[in-house]
Ligand binder design. Structure first.
Ligand code: NAG
Ligand code: NAG
Ligand code: NAG
Ligand code: ZN
Length: 508
């Protein structure tokens, strides 16, 4: 599916469109420097940017009507459960190598940890694809379209010999944090959702709007068993979803703005994995041809690296992130951010300088594999390399493949798309957007100092499989990530603070 923003980009004349926009910007700059009027206009626009519009939710949508006061006992219970969940090493190594022993253990653990969820008349539980779970929580009004909370049980590997302060599956407490693989990605979410439901059901909670909880077991290796089976289960039964909330983005205080921000992922970049291969007759190294297959392939790969795809900042939904955050930048950045129609090329040029911000600005190119040769004196007959591109919302898969083909421009290099998908559609964020607004209101209730803004996920989650069931997919967990913490996800010393986990449970 092609995101709406791409309809603006007719590939045939995108070049002239870009030139036209560039021209208009140059005009814009000259006007800016010659008058003060425009400056005042920009300021007015900056001030009038909307900070807190939103749909008026019905009273019952806003509140669970039950206060989840966490006392000493419940606190111990929720922390013990999280720790036990972390200790089960539900690792996905590759698509064909997942720890099924650990997954079976996790199935049994969930039943033990959340007895009310498993015994309540309101909840129906399905085991999907042996290790994934789908819970249905019945609402009192069957006419309301349900939503889905999504999380995943599996984690990426972490070896004991890695540079962790504590063993990665020990769930040890250090200075108010619980350390362990999965504390952020994504067992806090798995455990937090079920823990909140467990506590609420014990207090007699009945939701008005029914909802599903989906727990995939192979997200880290693409979700083709778990999430896809959950989707098929729903499709076979003709289900539709109001919105999906999955992991993806978090709350961070490391943006250059006043105060922390909760970024709600409204789309994900697409992806293209392309294999390049060259085959020639084998030969002895004493009588080489002028070019070997290694040389041919190396030069193709080097052309691909030298010809990055163009910067597209301002042409995709990343624009909305900056618009939402604009009023939190200090002067004069707030003026630049509130007037991206004029300044996006300037800001784009700054963002592309660092790899982590460059990924928001363009379709990225990463050469991930290069293999050839078996012996020091044999000219190999075959060489192959793999390039992984992450596709910006304003590009399509086809444009990316065309770009690679025209950049390589060598018939001896065979190109093969191993796997690819379009950037995900962009979910709505306007005042009528039920999913976005209810997430925003919930976050603001718990964390009043946070600014909520839409964001773009540069990685992918299980939620991408749910495209046919809803057009509204949001990717967010209310976990705090402080500066430097980004490296902990899939890295060493992944951790969550005890307080943050408790907040996460009460917020659900
Ligand atoms: C929620 O609470 C309000 C008062 O606090 C009450 O009037 C209303 O009936 C409650 N609704 C439900 C669904 O329990
Ligand atoms: C798989 O999980 C079990 C525990 O359920 C654990 O004992 C075993 O070491 C794990 N295997 C690997 C390869 O991590
Ligand atoms: C589920 O388990 C059964 C029996 O062990 C096995 O035959 C089947 O392939 C499994 N399915 C998946 C999706 O793993
Ligand atoms: Zn994850």
């Amino acid at each position: 599916m092609v995101p709406p923003i791409q309809q603006l980009f007719d590939k045939a004349d995108s070049g002239s469109k870009f030139k036209m926009q560039k021209f208009l910007r140059i005009v814009g700059y000259s006007v800016l420097f010659s008058t003060t009027t425009l400056f005042i206009l920009l300021c007015v626009r900056t001030l009038s940017l909307d900070k807190n519009v939103g749909l008026q939710l019905a009273h019952w949508e806003k509140t669970k009507n039950i206060s989840l006061a966490i006392d000493h006992e419940l606190r111990d219970e929720l922390l013990d459960n999280l720790k036990e969940g972390i200790r089960i090493p539900t690792v996905s190594f590759t698509e064909d190598d997942i720890n099924t022993t650990a997954l079976l253990e996790f199935n049994a653990f969930l039943q033990k940890a959340f007895p009310t969820v498993y015994s309540s008349k309101l909840v129906r539980h399905e085991l999907v694809a042996n290790y994934s779970h789908l819970f249905w929580v019945e609402g009192s009004d069957p006419n309301l379209i349900p939503y889905l909370l999504l999380a995943h049980i599996d984690v990426v590997p972490a070896s004991e010999s890695d540079d962790w302060d504590v063993p990665p599956f020990s769930a040890q407490e250090v200075d108010g944090f619980i350390y362990g693989r999965g504390t952020l990605d994504d067992k806090s979410s798995v455990m937090g959702i079920l823990q909140a439901l467990e506590f609420l059901l014990r207090k007699g909670y009945t939701p008005r709007r029914g909802f599903y909880i989906g727990l995939g077991h192979d997200e880290e290796v693409k979700g083709n068993q778990g999430a896809v089976s959950i989707v098929n289960w729903m499709k076979q039964r003709g289900k539709q979803l109001l919105f999906v909330l999955d992991e993806g983005m978090l709350i961070t205080d490391s943006l250059p703005i006043d105060g922390p921000a909760a970024l709600i992922g409204i789309t994900e970049k697409g992806s293209a994995t392309v294999k390049l291969s060259v085959s020639v007759p084998p030969g002895h190294s004493s009588m080489p041809q002028r070019e070997t297959c290694i040389g041919i392939l190396a030069s193709a790969v080097s052309r691909i690296e030298a010809n990055q795809m163009p910067r597209l900042f301002g042409y995709g939904p990343e624009l909305r992130t900056f618009e939402h955050l604009a009023h939190k930048f200090s002067f004069p950045m707030n003026i630049l951010m509130s007037n991206l129609w004029l300044f996006s090329p300037l800001i784009g040029r700054v963002l592309e300088k660092q790899p982590h911000t460059n990924s928001f600005v363009r379709t990225t190119t990463a050469v991930t594999m290069f293999n050839a040769g078996i012996k020091v004196n044999v000219i190999p007959s075959h060489a192959e390399a793999v390039v992984n591109m992450r596709i910006h919302s304003a590009h399509s898969l086809k444009e990316v493949l065309d770009h690679i083909e025209s950049t390589v421009a060598d018939e001896r290099v065979k190109l093969e798309l191993i796997e690819g998908f379009e950037p995900l559609p962009v979910s709505s964020t306007d005042e009528k957007s039920f999913g976005f607004q209810i997430i925003k209101k919930t976050v603001l209730e718990q964390f009043p100092s946070v600014t909520v803004a839409p964001g773009v996920c540069v990685g992918n989650t299980d939620s991408r499989h749910f495209n046919d069931l809803t057009s509204e997919i949001y990717r967010f967990i209310p976990a705090w990530l402080h500066s430097g913490d980004f490296l902990r996800i899939h890295g060493n010393n992944e951790r969550i603070s005890k307080q943050n986990y408790e907040e996460l449970v009460t917020l659900v």
